[in-house]
Write a new protein. Structure first.
Length: 278
């Protein structure tokens, strides 16, 4: 009987340790890491006091503190918790574990084609919204409107044609996975931040990258031709074609690792001119 209890205790500690390790590997923001570390330390302390000491009052106080911290973190991390529930509900365990499928991994050719297309669209002041899936496994149900399935090899010429002003798909976003264009004319969820500063395209880029941390979004302003890049709910603008190429290369290289895609050294975000979809 004692051996069974010891085995259960060992299994309990092992499972808890694995869960904690998984949480730590999925967090890349330092302040969030500190909060998570403090919360897990409190939980471990509560378990230790209950398991090895008979201190009813201390246990009650620690349990109340853990409950208060849980409610506070639920409010602070409501976006992250919603994303976690979405991933669990849709069965995207590979994304949750940080192991994107190989077909989602972009290559150097993807960077070259995107940079070339974005530069040419910027010069001609043609508005565009390009979502690059780096491992979030984006699905039609993740969008307000899934658009039209393309499933074609990525090329700058095809991107230019999709965003031509006289085509029915130019108002929506293009979704890219790996080296293929998955769909076009996609309507993205909008962000609630910066409503007074940004137009619809930029709000859509912020919205999709807030919900999914393994995707990025390239935005070309229709009014000014300004290039922007959204990642993890942050928008860097204005940027040049060479800067865009550097950012894409860095982000795609980071996506190969098991950690979430980290934002490169951020620059200040300028408000610029609103860029609304026609």
């Amino acid at each position: 009987m004692l051996e069974v209890l010891q085995l259960r205790l060992l299994l309990d500690v092992l499972c808890a340790s694995l869960l904690g390790f998984l949480l730590f590997t999925r967090v890349n923001e330092q302040r969030t890491l500190w909060l998570l570390r403090g919360y897990l330390l409190l939980v471990a302390l509560a378990w230790f006091v209950k398991r090895f000491f008979n201190l009813p009052l201390t246990s009650t106080l620690i349990d109340a503190l853990v409950l208060a911290c849980s409610l506070s973190l639920a409010i602070l991390w409501q976006g992250e918790l919603r994303r976690l529930m979405e991933l669990l509900g849709t069965g995207r365990l590979a994304v949750l574990l940080g192991n994107p499928q190989s077909k989602m991994r972009a290559t150097a050719s993807t960077v070259a084609q995107l940079t070339d297309a974005a530069g040419r669209l910027s010069k001609s002041r043609r508005g565009a919204l390009i979502v690059v899936d780096l491992g979030s496994d984006l699905r039609p149900e993740d969008f307000l409107n899934p658009g039209i399935t393309i499933d074609a090899q990525l090329s700058s010429e095809l991107l230019l044609n999709l965003f031509a002003s006289d085509t029915p798909l130019h108002d929506g976003a293009v979704v890219i996975k790996g080296s293929r264009i998955i769909s076009a004319g996609v309507i993205l969820p909008l962000s609630r931040q910066g409503i007074s500063r940004y137009g619809t395209r930029h709000l859509a880029a912020l919205g999709i990258t807030e919900r999914f941390d393994r995707c990025i979004c390239v935005v070309i302003s229709e009014e000014t031709g300004t290039l922007s890049l959204a990642n993890q709910g942050r928008l860097e603008r204005p940027i040049t074609s060479s800067r865009l190429q550097d950012l894409l290369t860095e982000l795609i290289a980071a996506s190969v690792s098991t950690a979430p895609v980290k934002s490169p050294s951020p620059r200040s975000v300028s408000s610029g001119t609103k860029d609304s979809l026609p």
